[in-house]
Write a protein that binds this ligand. Sequence first.
Ligand SMILES: [Fe+2]
Ligand SMILES: [Fe+2]
Length: 267
Amino acid sequence: MKIVHFSDPHAGGPAEDWLAYFDKRWVGVFNYRFRRRYRHDLSKLERAVEYILSTRPDIAVCTGDLTSSGQPGEFEKVLAVLKPLAESGIPFYYLPGNHDCYVTRRKCVEAVHRAVTVLSNGRDVFAEFPLIRREAGVEMLLLNTSRPSNLLCSWGFVSREDSEKVAHWASEPHAMPRILLSHYPMTETHPILRMRHRLFGQKKIVEAMRKGEIDLVLCGHVHRPYLKVDAEGHGECCAGSVTRNASMVEITCDVATRKFSFRQVEL
Ligand SMILES: [Fe+2]
Ligand SMILES: [Fe+2]
């Protein structure tokens, strides 16, 4: 079976109300205005959608950061591009990134919840994460690692409750290939990234990966793609930013042997 995995399109736009200058949104707006809009080309996301519609994988996954500041207008922009995919009948899994959960402002929170529902055609409810889904012979757990954090850092969090749930899921008898979907990487060790972009609370998950209880982690957040897997394809795959690198990952899984192979798709 085949999975297509992309991440971090980072649609952006101006501040959508004056209160944006009094919360973290101004950081995202500023970043978009002077940096991201020159780096992230949304037409690459259109090409990604075209590729997925023409190749029809068994599953499509987006591991978050649809937006830059989590504002409703930014979600609208990116949802318009993703609409043909959401309506294609191809099972599509989206989990929000830290930029999609940027602030606690009500309309932004409602926008990210709506995005999860719309992109899954009502199958997934963000408030009910973590979700376990079985599709095309594989088992996936959708984990939320994103929540508003302080002004300067992009920290991710696995709550104690979610960590227990993942550990319980991972300790069950292992019949199907088991894939954890997360915006944040579980194994990122870059010293600078670890400081500004670090994830808290993932210890039990890393331990489950080490014991082979979780076969593969699909993640984003880090905008350069990387693959940290063993000979069986077990480990962690980061898709990078689809709009920045013009690439995504096509994963082939032999369900019977639980082996994975990976191919970078240039857009
Ligand atoms: Fe990102
Ligand atoms: Fe991120």
